[in-house]
Design a protein around this ligand. Structure first.
Ligand code: ATP
Length: 334
């Protein structure tokens, strides 16, 4: 039976990498119908709203969306569309799996982490004030017990479901006393329900150092919003770069899948974009929709392509452009 999914192409390299997903899904006969609605600059340019009501209605109806990156113009008073969508749909879990891929040149070949980033609170709560007279700004990081408990529980549930052995809670409780306490207390409270899973905690700065020395020591990681944003780019660097890492934004009612990277305006429109991250996001989406056989077929074909450096895009040292890379994946589908 066909399932309808909202598709947001985004801007920058968004439209190029979204085409890759569409072509692969068509070649494989994935039973999905796209409902295409744009947001951000692409929507503004065609006379629409930054986040059109039609997009909100579509996501509420379909419950699942695949989204390309959307640029937030810096210093023009725009709120990030990405952050707003997470708030509108209460997508409190941002899940970013990061795994070494055989054949892809990277600093390590033994990384297998899954990062859970709290997606609606912390310094992204939207509590920012500017005092013109004093030329002073306050950005308030709001962390709640409820918000901490639900993201920590999501991380432990994932660990149990997928047989993961350890959960690491990342914080800055030595300086941010209250935020740190709330988050660490949530860890203690939830961990009691998962006695089979090892739990430890790390201060964010130490965590960064540990990850670049011994990433194999880390399994499931759970942290607050800003630390999660930074750690996910760090983890992407461990496995070959931003072009490779997928993300899922999950709430209790709706899920939006998107790559970890941004709109990469420096390479947009040149055929240089690596579509792997958005393809992997679409694989997460297929698993969420319980279309596992399609997810596995795409994963196999993608990994087979990535294993041949010649077939890869320039960010991975290869000579293929986005379209050629996509064609190779399609020809590797069994
Ligand atoms: P944002 O703040 O929106 O997350 P960013 O500042 O982290 O964006 P990105 O747009 O993610 O920046 O790009 C960072 C760098 O990584 C750029 O040099 C870009 O060219 C490169 N990059 C990002 N995504 C890809 C990709 N899919 N393929 C190739 N290179 C990429």
């Amino acid at each position: 039976m066909q399932k309808e999914v909202t598709l947001i192409a985004g801007d920058g390299i968004g439209p190029e990498i979204i085409i890759s997903v569409k072509e692969i899904f068509t070649a494989l006969g994935v039973p999905i119908t796209w409902e295409e609605i744009n947001a951000g600059i692409a929507s503004l340019d065609s006379g629409g709203e930054l986040i059109p009501q039609s997009l909100i209605d579509s996501v509420n109806k379909n419950k699942v969306a695949l989204k390309g990156p959307i640029t937030t113009p810096v210093g023009k008073g725009f709120k990030s569309v990405n952050v707003q969508l997470r708030h509108i749909f209460d997508l409190y879990q941002n899940i970013r799996p990061c795994k070494s891929t055989p054949g892809v040149i990277s600093k390590f070949d033994n990384v297998d982490t899954v990062l859970f980033r709290e997606n609606t609170e912390g310094l992204y709560a939207g509590l920012e004030l500017y005092d013109d007279r004093l030329e002073m700004a306050d950005s308030i990081a709001r962390v709640t017990k409820k918000g901490s408990l639900r993201i920590v529980r999501a991380a432990f549930e994932y660990a149990r479901k997928f047989g993961r052995e350890k959960v690491t809670i990342v914080h800055k409780a030595n300086i941010l006393k209250w935020i740190g306490k709330i988050f660490l207390d949530a860890g203690d409270e939830v961990a009691k329900d998962y006695p089979e899973i090892e739990v430890n905690d790390r201060i964010i700065d130490n965590m960064c150092m540990q990850l670049v020395i011994r990433p194999e020591d880390y399994d499931v990681i759970v942290t607050t919003n800003l630390f999660g944003d930074i750690l996910s780019d760090l983890c992407a660097g461990l496995v070959g770069g931003l072009g490779l890492v997928a993300g899922a934004n999950i709430g209790d009612k709706v899920a939006i899948f998107e790559a970890v990277h941004g709109s990469a305006p420096d390479i947009a429109g040149q055929g240089l974009a690596n579509p792997t991250a958005i393809i992997r996001s679409s694989i997460l989406m297929l698993k969420h929709l319980k279309l596992n056989s399609f997810a596995e077929a795409i994963d196999l074909a993608l990994n087979k392509t990535l294993a041949d450096p010649q077939l890869c895009t320039a960010d991975l040292g290869g000579a293929s452009d986005t379209q050629q890379f996509t064609k190779s994946i399609i020809s590797n589908i069994n």
